[in-house]
Write a protein that binds this ligand. Structure first.
Ligand SMILES: Cc1cc2nc3c(=O)[nH]c(=O)nc-3n(C[C@H](O)[C@H](O)[C@H](O)COP(=O)(O)OP(=O)(O)OC[C@H]3O[C@@H](n4cnc5c(N)ncnc54)[C@H](O)[C@@H]3O)c2cc1C
Length: 438
C-alpha cells in the first residue's frame, strides 16, 4: 500500500494531476485498460468553467456547473481518486508529493490547467476580482449584489456611481460574456429589484487593450459582438491598457480613468506550474510546459502534460494550442490511446488537433459562432451556443437543471440565483489575493 492507501498492482501506475477537461478525458480512456489510474485533484469536482460567468451573474447555481469527479469515473475498475493538493514532483525518485502524502508513479500526467495572470500587477491582484473558479465566481456574485445594497444607502452621488460602475478588463469570450450578462441585469432586473435607486446610472465598461474584441475569432464575429454589446448599453473601450487599480480608481495608459468599486480581471491566464517541473528550459510562454507531439514533457519520457498547462508547437499553432476545452479534451483522449500503446510496447501516434471552431454569447438571442466552414451570428448562433454547452456539460442532472434554468430565465427575463450566500466582505480586501487562490 502507498501512503494514500492505494494497493500495489501488476499494472503500471499512471498518476494524473488535475480532474479538468483534459484529466477526465484521459482517465476515462485509460481506466478500463491495463493501467492503474490515480487521479489527484485539490477539488472533488470538475468545474465547467465556460459557464462561470452565469454563476457570477445569478443565472445559474454553482452546483449545476460542477460535477463530482468520483461520480464521473464510478465503476471504472482500475481508477482511484484522491482529494490532494500536489505540492511538488520528485522527478528523480518518480514521486508526487502532496498535502496528504507521497505516491510513486510509473507515468505522470500533468493536467493542472491555468490560473489568472496579473502580469505582476499587485494592485489589480489584490483589489480586483477574478473568475477562474467557483469560489471566485461566488465572490463576484456577492460583491455585485452588495454594491447595489450599499448604493441604496449612500447619499454621496459620487460613491453611488462608483458602486454601480463595473470595469471588466479583457475583451476575450469571458469579458464579452460577463459584460453582456451584466448589461441584461441592468436592463431587466435592477429597475424591478431597486425601484428606489436610479439604476440607469449603472455603467458597464469593457476595456480591451487591442483594437478588437474576441481577437481569437473572425473579424465578423468581433464586429458583431461589439455591436451586440453596444446595443445592450455596454461601453466598449478599445486600445486602452489598464495600468493599475487601488480599489477605487482604475488608471490606464491614457487619460481615461474609471471610478469603480468593481474591477473584473479577465485579461490573461498562465499555466498552473508545479515545483520540481519548473526548470526554465522546459517552460514556454505563459509558464506552459513544452511537450513534444506525444505530449511528453521536454527531457522526460515518462512525464506528460495536456490541456492549458501544455504547449505543443505545431505549424498551425506555433504558440501552442488555444487554452480551451476542446484541445484539452482531444489531448486527453489522444494521450489515453497513446499510453495504451506505450504500455503494450507499440509506437505512439503524434497528436493532431481537429479545430471544431469557437463561439461566444453576448446575451439573449445574441451569440457569434465561427465554425471551420461557416460563420454566423444572432439567434441561431445563440441556440447553437446553448446546445454545445449543454452537450459538453458533465452529468445528466446538470444538463436538465441548466436547461430548465435557461428556459425559465428566457421566459421570465429573470436570474433568480442573485443571492448573497457568502458575503464578500469589503474589509477583507487585503485578503482578496488569498481568496483568489481558492
Ligand atoms: C471564465 C472562463 C470561461 C471559459 N470559457 C470557455 C469556452 O467558452 N470555451 C472553451 O473551450 N474554453 C473556455 N474556457 C477555457 C477552458 O475552461 C480551459 O481551457 C479548460 O478548462 C482547460 O482544461 P484543463 O483540463 O487543461 O484544465 P482545467 O479544466 O482548468 O482543470 C485543471 C484541474 O487541475 C486541478 N489542479 C490544479 N493544480 C492542482 C494541484 N496543484 N493539485 C491538485 N489539483 C490541481 C484543478 O483543481 C482543476 O480541477 C474558459 C475558462 C474560463 C476561466
Amino acid at each position: 500500500m502507498s501512503s494514500m492507501n492505494i494497493p500495489q498492482s501488476s499494472f503500471p501506475r499512471v498518476i494524473i494531476i488535475g480532474g479538468g477537461f483534459g484529466g477526465i478525458a484521459l482517465a476515462k480512456k485509460l481506466s478500463k485498460k491495463e493501467a492503474q489510474v490515480v487521479l489527484l485533484d485539490k477539488h472533488n469536482y470538475h468545474n465547467f468553467q465556460p459557464l462561470l460567468y452565469q454563476v457570477s451573474t445569478g443565472g445559474l447555481e454553482p452546483d449545476s456547473i460542477a460535477y463530482p469527479i468520483r461520480k464521473v469515473l464510478q465503476g471504472y475498475p482500475n481508477f482511484y481518486f484522491r482529494l490532494a493538493n500536489v505540492l511538488e514532483i520528485d522527478t528523480q525518485g518518480k514521486r508526487v508529493l502532496t498535502n496528504i502524502g507521497d505516491i510513486r508513479y510509473d507515468y505522470l500526467v500533468v493536467a493542472t490547467g491555468s490560473e489568472t495572470n496579473y502580469f505582476g500587477n499587485k494592485g489589480i491582484q489584490t483589489m480586483g476580482m477574478a473568475m477562474k473558479t467557483i469560489p471566485q465566481s461566488l465572490n463576484l456574485r456577492s460583491l455585485i449584489l452588495e454594491n447595489f445594497e450599499q448604493a441604496l444607502l449612500t447619499d454621496d452621488l459620487h460613491e453611488r456611481d462608483a458602486l454601480m460602475n463595473f470595469v471588466i478588463v479583457g475583451g476575450g469570450p469571458t469579458g464579452v460574456e460577463l459584460a453582456g450578462a451584466l448589461a441584461e441585469i441592468k436592463k431587466g432586473i435592477l429597475p424591478k429589484d431597486y425601484p428606489d435607486l436610479d439604476t440607469r446610472r449603472a455603467q458597464i465598461n469593457l476595456v480591451q487593450s487591442g483594437d478588437r474584441l474576441l481577437p481569437a475569432m473572425s473579424d465578423v464575429a468581433s464586429r458583431k459582438a461589439e455591436r451586440f454589446l453596444e446595443g445592450l448599453g455596454v461601453n466598449v473601450w478599445k486600445n486602452i491598457r489598464v495600468a493599475d487599480y487601488d480599489g477605487k480608481c482604475v488608471t490606464t495608459n491614457t487619460d481615461t480613468v474609471f471610478e469603480t468599486a468593481t474591477l473584473v480581471w479577465a485579461a490573461g491566464v498562465q499555466a498552473v506550474g508545479i515545483k520540481g517541473l519548473d526548470a526554465k528550459e522546459i517552460l514556454a510562454r505563459g509558464n506552459r510546459l513544452k511537450v513534444n507531439h506525444f505530449h511528453q514533457v521536454e527531457g522526460f519520457e515518462e512525464i506528460f502534460a495536456i490541456g492549458d498547462v501544455a504547449q505543443m508547437q505545431t505549424d498551425a499553432f506555433p504558440e501552442g494550442h488555444p487554452m480551451m476545452a476542446q484541445p484539452a479534451i482531444q489531448q486527453g483522449r489522444s494521450l489515453g490511446e497513446n499510453m495504451v500503446r506505450l504500455i503494450d510496447g507499440k509506437p505512439m501516434k503524434p497528436f493532431v488537433y481537429k479545430d471544431k471552431g469557437s463561439m461566444a454569447t453576448v446575451g439573449r438571442n445574441k451569440a457569434v459562432v465561427d465554425l471551420p466552414r461557416f460563420k454566423f451570428q444572432g439567434v441561431f448562433a445563440w441556440f447553437v451556443w446553448m446546445f454545445v454547452h449543454l452537450y459538453f456539460l458533465i452529468g445528466f442532472r446538470n444538463r436538465v437543471v441548466v436547461f430548465i434554468n435557461w428556459v425559465y430565465n428566457y421566459i421570465r427575463f429573470d436570474r433568480e440565483a442573485r443571492l448573497i450566500i457568502r458575503p464578500f466582505k469589503k474589509q477583507n480586501q487585503a485578503d482578496r489575493s488569498k481568496l483568489m487562490q481558492d
